[in-house]
Design a protein around this ligand. Structure first.
Ligand code: PAF
Length: 280
């Protein structure tokens, strides 16, 4: 596996891959690899793509009071895992390589950025959009792989790729879960054993909400209320939101003929967890 730290070397590497007519798959990550990341890499490798994983803890998507400093980082472990997995190249730039002095371009998707996660984390999705646009320009992949666990991020990226005419496909990859249902996330590492024990309640609440919908409840308010109530029974959990939305545009919606998603975010101690369930 090639480890690449500069944009100059990345461009040279991508040019050589293109000359050999390989397709390129990009897996954007912030490191701290778990089974969720490996599922993205597996999907890219199975598609036969020359697989470039980016490892960059992007400072512009963290708010001033968020966990940028304490975000888990273990470059040696991650690069060993990626190499053992068969990844072709790991792009791990510094922040000054990605954002040199004078950088000021801003990408904003006003509707998506202001709802749900965006309401609680102002500016977060602008940071995600800008870094992904840069990665797409640099790597020029045929496909980029994103986890469905960060559903709002996935919709944002799909919208941006469509709006800005990036010539590539966004491949959604299903959420990987622990045996008790907790969605895999780098932030799970922050949970104490006591907090970890109650964390699967988020997925349980979403499952119950999905069952309510399957049994014919159409009113999103009723579904959301019951899930919030179930979560609030656990004193360690603070609910940020449970919302039913249309799965394509993420507009709040009652259930009808269109695909829908139930999005949830909670806090356990100082750790935020998000998850979602798609309704057919
Ligand atoms: O999902 C993530 O890990 C990040 O938001 C991403 C897509 C790598 C952008 O920094």
């Amino acid at each position: 596996m090639r480890v690449i730290n500069t944009i100059h070397s990345l461009r040279a590497y991508i040019n050589s891959i293109r000359e050999q007519r390989y397709t390129v798959g990009l897996v954007p990550t912030m490191g701290a690899f778990h089974e969720g990341h490996l599922a993205l890499m597996r999907r890219s490798l199975e598609n036969g793509d020359c697989t470039v994983v980016s490892l960059f803890v992007n400072p512009t998507q963290f708010g001033p009071k968020e966990d940028l400093e304490k975000y888990p980082r273990d470059f040696n472990r991650d690069s060993q895992l990626a190499a053992d997995f068969g990844v072709h190249a790991l792009f791990a730039p510094t922040a000054s390589e990605m954002y040199p002095e004078g950088f000021q371009t801003h990408i904003s998707l006003p509707k998506i950025r202001s709802r749900y996660e965006g309401e609680i984390r102002p500016g977060h999705f602008d940071g995600v959009a800008a870094v992904c646009a840069k990665l797409f320009n640099l790597v020029q992949p045929q496909r980029a792989y994103f986890g469905q666990k960060d559903y709002q991020q996935l919709v944002l990226i799909q919208r941006m790729v469509c709006d800005l005419n990036f010539s590539m496909e966004i491949v959604p990859v299903p959420t990987v879960r622990e045996p008790d249902g907790l969605a895999m996330s780098s932030r799970n590492a922050y949970l104490s054993p006591e907090e970890r024990a109650v964390a699967p309640r988020l997925y349980l609440a979403l499952r119950q909400a999905a069952e309510m919908a399957e049994q014919g409840e159409h009113k999103s308010a009723a579904i959301e209320e019951q899930a919030v109530h179930f979560l609030a029974e656990e004193p360690l959990i603070k609910v940020d939101y449970i919302k039913v939305a249309d799965a394509e545009m993420l507009e709040p919606a009652d259930l009808g003929d269109r695909p829908a998603v139930i999005l949830g975010a909670i806090r356990i101690g100082s750790t935020r967890l998000i998850d979602n369930i798609l309704l057919k």
